[in-house]
Write a protein that binds this ligand. Structure first.
Ligand code: PAF
Length: 292
């Protein structure tokens, strides 16, 4: 079913990274990349060993066997509409947050795998055009109803062979919430204060991290979403430390004058707060202080 060809929708840093790495394997037959301005026939990627490689991509066909949706969360549904895919085409969603995943899982007439990835990549600032694979991570994937385990295993094996370590899992919903918690703390704070992730480990910003984590812990407990093994605060601190040198994706968006993923990341937490009648003044203030 996923023998090929595959299509990556969205030519941001993650989309280019996934397309370039998948172009190194024969598993997918061919891999195409469709961005906002049309198909890209090659990607220049700096690998984690520091070497630059140019990968040639295929021209998109109308009937890919799998589509990796690598757009920003707010662009995903429109990009799918424009791609005019055959009904039932399997999707793999790479979006941050928890907004487009439940919607497409309900409405898309085919299997919808969701991914929580820790791969780190960024686009070189113009006039350069390459993408830097800043840190190798891990991609967990599965569908929210845990009914497409075999597909998730196949896709994870293909990604792993392409040098993007991946595993299938049956608790992707929980993993998406864990990633969302990290993004809800790191992204708005780094974007507002214009600092690298590592700055959040120390005063004055560590106090804000503490307060946001406390509200998130309260919300997740009410929604019965299990904490990561390190606890919410420990988990967020570990990611801050592991990505200390990164500019968060939201800071990059703000600096480039692009729309941010505020609604995909913070709005689901505010909705949980409303459902459980909990006051979350810090998260609410964060939402209002973040450009949409
Ligand atoms: O959105 C991001 O930037 C990343 O998900 C993370 C983990 C916060 C690291 O920068």
């Amino acid at each position: 079913m996923t023998a090929g060809p595959w299509l990556v929708l969205g030519a941001g840093a993650l989309g280019q990274l996934f397309a370039a790495r998948l172009a190194t394997t024969n598993d997918t037959g061919s891999i195409a990349l469709l961005g906002r301005h049309g198909a890209l026939n090659q990607v220049r990627l700096q690998e984690t060993d520091g070497n630059w490689q140019t990968r040639t991509l295929a021209y998109p066909t109308m009937a890919p066997a799998l589509v990796i949706v690598a757009t920003k969360a707010f662009d995903a549904e429109q990009a799918l509409k424009q791609a005019q895919l055959a009904p039932g085409t399997p999707l793999l969603l790479l979006q941050n947050g928890f907004s487009v995943q439940p919607r497409l899982s309900t409405h898309w007439p085919g299997p919808v795998l969701c991914a929580a990835t820790t791969e780190a990549a960024y686009r070189q600032p113009p006039p350069a055009t390459g993408v830097v694979h800043a840190a190798a991570g891990h991609t967990w994937l599965g569908d929210l109803a845990a009914t497409h385990g075999a597909l998730a295993e196949t896709v994870a094996a293909t990604l792993t062979r392409a040098g993007l370590a991946a595993s299938a899992c049956d608790d992707i919903g929980e993993r998406l919430w864990h990633k969302l918690a990290v993004n809800a703390v790191i992204n708005p704070l780094t974007a507002r204060h214009r600092v690298h992730n590592g700055a959040l480990a120390a005063p004055p910003f560590s106090a804000e991290v503490e307060e946001l984590c406390a509200e998130i812990a309260q919300l997740m407990a009410a929604a019965q979403i299990s904490p990561p093994t390190e606890g919410w605060r420990g988990w967020v601190s570990a990611v801050i430390e592991a990505t200390a040198g990164n500019r968060s994706s939201m800071l990059q968006d703000v600096l480039a004058g692009r729309p941010t993923e505020r609604d995909a990341i913070l709005a689901p937490l505010l909705a949980l707060a409303d459902t459980h009648a909990l006051a979350v003044p810090r998260l609410r203030a964060c939402y209002h202080a973040t450009p949409g």
